[in-house]
Design a protein around this ligand. Structure first.
Ligand SMILES: Nc1ncnc2c1ncn2[C@@H]1O[C@H](COP(=O)(O)OP(=O)(O)OP(=O)(O)O)[C@@H](O)[C@H]1O
Ligand SMILES: [Mg+2]
Length: 413
């Protein structure tokens, strides 16, 4: 019984992960860029929502009703399939961004990748249609099975919160070298020979830790010593020059500004920045339109030499739209750091004393996170609430299929 309850509870958790992925800017922009049918995403979202509202009820009823259990198992498979497809799109999107770099953008290599990308798109569209049809079929059976809607608030669609300059976690794993390299770029005067504005971009996949690294850099004492003015602005998908300029003015002056005239805002910004060495972080940038970027950056040219803009973005194209003077690609974390990050969230201790059974399954789960801090943190936090080995094994079976047990113990430590 405990096993089934855990399985159901985990399905709810995985549904939230799928909603999160569906709502990600990356997936939406991939569909728009490739002119794929965006209705597919909406349909998938609606179908999953209609299933999500009865999952809690199904969890309880599966214990006594084998039809409900079979239904829940089928839903589980379909949700994981949907999640895998979204992951594939994520990876393809990142690959396309790499291939779109100028040095690869020539001749046969480019033609090959364009062709393979087109066939990927066709295949993914048809696979998603299949998954939706399957989910729609399963959703249509919920009334026959007598499944009722749960009156909880956990069925809301995930919305990413805007970042702030304060890091969520005080400890950052495995980023010493990245931090040092970018820190040197930020405090250096080397780019300023032509009095050009220097833009440093951190580029990497969603959840790899770009914002976290930028936060730790922003709060480093060296930045206080180097810059007269610092400001942090979370940009995200919508690139509205007036609105962003207003937020930047507010962040720099520390006072509210309701002006709707871009010129007034830009003049204010120019006056405030003139002769001052500033550091501006633009977190989560998505804009690929050069003219929009130029319109935003004009006042920044009045800052003192050595001023910097630090951008975080998932896309190399965005980094090149800003004409970044330096680009730093953030890579997956190495195993040693993955282990510490995962254990910190699963056991509240980065070096826990653990029996071999727990170590074995923890290592297997860790491998599935592919060095992504967000996945490691999510998995660790999810498993923190499941203190016994059997729950971890159930987690494994629900998510990845069979699990060959070595020997049983009941406590992780
Ligand atoms: N090196 C790290 N050590 C510890 N925790 C980390 C590390 N990097 C990231 N995290 C944690 O992982 C989560 C995701 O990181 P972050 O938000 O920085 O990713 P991101 O690359 O900015 O993603 P997105 O593209 O969606 O904005 C955060 O909650 C953060 O606390
Ligand atoms: Mg971020």
């Amino acid at each position: 019984m405990a096993v089934e309850l855990v399985g159901g509870a985990l399905l709810s958790a995985f549904l939230q992960v799928t909603f999160e992925k569906l709502a990600s800017v990356e997936i939406g922009s991939y569909f728009r860029r490739k002119k794929l049918d965006e209705k597919i995403l909406k349909k998938l979202n609606i179908t999953l929502l209609s299933i999500n509202v009865v999952v809690d009820d199904a969890e309880l009823k599966q214990i006594r009703n084998r039809h409900v259990k079979a239904w829940l198992d089928a839903v589980k498979d379909a949700v994981f399939e949907a999640e895998d497809l979204l992951d594939e799109i994520d990876i393809e999107d990142f690959r396309c961004n790499l291939e779109a770099e100028p040095e690869s953008n020539t001749g046969k290599v480019w033609n090959f990748f364009t062709a393979s990308s087109n066939s990927f798109d066709k295949e993914i569209e048809s696979k998603m249609q299949e998954v939706i049809e399957n989910l729609e079929y399963l959703a249509s059976k919920k009334d026959i099975l007598g499944l009722k809607e749960a009156s909880t608030s956990c069925n809301q669609v995930y919305k990413k919160l805007p970042s702030t300059s304060l890091p969520v976690d005080s400890v950052i794993y495995g980023r010493d070298v990245d931090k040092e390299v970018i820190c040197d770029w930020l405090i250096s005067d080397a780019d300023n020979v032509n009095h050009q504005l220097s833009i440093v971009s951190i580029v990497g996949m969603g959840g790899i830790g770009k914002t976290t690294l930028a936060q730790h850099l922003y709060n480093d004492p060296k930045m206080e010593d180097t810059f007269d003015i610092k400001a942090w602005v979370c940009v995200s998908e919508e690139f509205d020059v007036l609105a962003i300029t207003r937020v930047i003015v507010e962040a720099i002056t520390g006072t509210r500004n309701n002006t709707k005239v871009l010129d007034l805002l830009q003049v204010k910004l120019k006056e405030t920045l003139s002769g001052k060495r500033f550091l501006l972080v633009l977190d989560d940038l998505w804009n690929e339109k050069r003219d929009q970027w130029e319109a935003l950056q004009t006042p920044f040219n009045y800052g003192a030499p050595g001023s910097k803009i630090l951008v975080t973005t998932r896309s190399l194209k965005v980094a090149s739209t800003t004409r970044s003077t330096k680009i730093h690609r953030l890579k997956e974390l190495e195993e040693e750091h993955c282990w510490k990050l995962f254990c910190k969230h699963a056991f509240l201790d980065e070096n826990p004393q653990m029996n071999p059974d727990f170590k074995d399954i923890a290592k297997r789960i860790l491998k599935k996170c592919h060095g992504l801090p967000l996945s490691l943190k999510t998995m660790g936090s999810l498993l923190y609430t499941k203190p016994s080995l059997v729950e971890w094994e159930v987690y494994w079976v629900v998510r990845y299929g069979t699990y060959q047990k070595r020997r049983a113990t009941s406590s992780p430590l």
